[in-house]
Design a protein around this ligand. Sequence first.
Ligand SMILES: Nc1ncnc2c1ncn2[C@@H]1O[C@H](COP(=O)(O)OP(=O)(O)OP(=O)(O)O)[C@@H](O)[C@H]1O
Ligand SMILES: [Mg+2]
Length: 272
Amino acid sequence: MTAPAILVENVTVHYGEVLALDSASLTLETARICGLIGMNGSGKSTLFKVVMGMIKPDAGRVLIGGQSPSKARKEGGIGYVPQSEDVDWQFPLSVRDVVMMGRYGHQGFTRRPSKADRAAVDEALDRVELSEYADRQIGQLSGGQKKRAFVARGIAQGATMMLLDEPFAGVDKRSEATISRLLRELASDGCTILISTHDLHAMPALCDEAVLLMRRVLMHGAPELVLQPENLAMAFGLDVLNPNAPERTHPAGTAAVVHSATAAGTHPKNRG
Ligand SMILES: Nc1ncnc2c1ncn2[C@@H]1O[C@H](COP(=O)(O)OP(=O)(O)OP(=O)(O)O)[C@@H](O)[C@H]1O
Ligand SMILES: [Mg+2]
């Protein structure tokens, strides 16, 4: 049996006194697109960082295709589109430089780009429709263009897994459609995708499965099921699809452990 693309098992993370993840567990199979939803502060970005190996959990374990996150990352297998707040946009890098970072793992010690590296960067820029912005400083792009630049970095890298932390935040519908189309193409090529978003309406069309996070995984299953109002109320404390409705009785964060819904992999969606 092949190892799952992502295995997060009973992972606990503290930042000082703050408990960010509390025995969170998640298994994601290869080539699936999984949407991660949860309120602000529910631990989504922290989950991405432990999967990336940027943060070591206090307890539990993370395996990427059966190996440690740091090993998977060194091998260039994980593409990461960070939340905008986590990026220094003043850094003097052009869009092309950012995408070229995806090729570092393919380059020797000198980091001198080869013809193949340059071709991969050009192709990735073309796929995200940013060729004409290649020489612009990264901070001088719009929000949606910045996200696409990071998606291009993952494409140039040849990542087999993409982690996207709120790629639709502040993004117009066209950029959102471009990114969504690319993600579906990548998944049909075998790439596993974990994506956090507050755009709940976009989720069923994009994602094969969804996860509700509130420091731990409250629910994991088909998007249509996870997005049921009573399940969202469990994670958000109110009916987020109808915010004027009276508050639900489950305050966020106090929900007892919830059923892991349908097994992942049982709801294949039509791709393309
Ligand atoms: N570097 C840090 N130092 C201290 N506390 C942190 C740090 N990063 C995150 N936290 C805290 O950990 C918890 C989880 O934060 P995290 O950024 O993972 O949430 P999130 O679900 O990504 O939220 P958002 O939707 O706002 O992006 C929050 O309570 C947050 O305040
Ligand atoms: Mg976050």
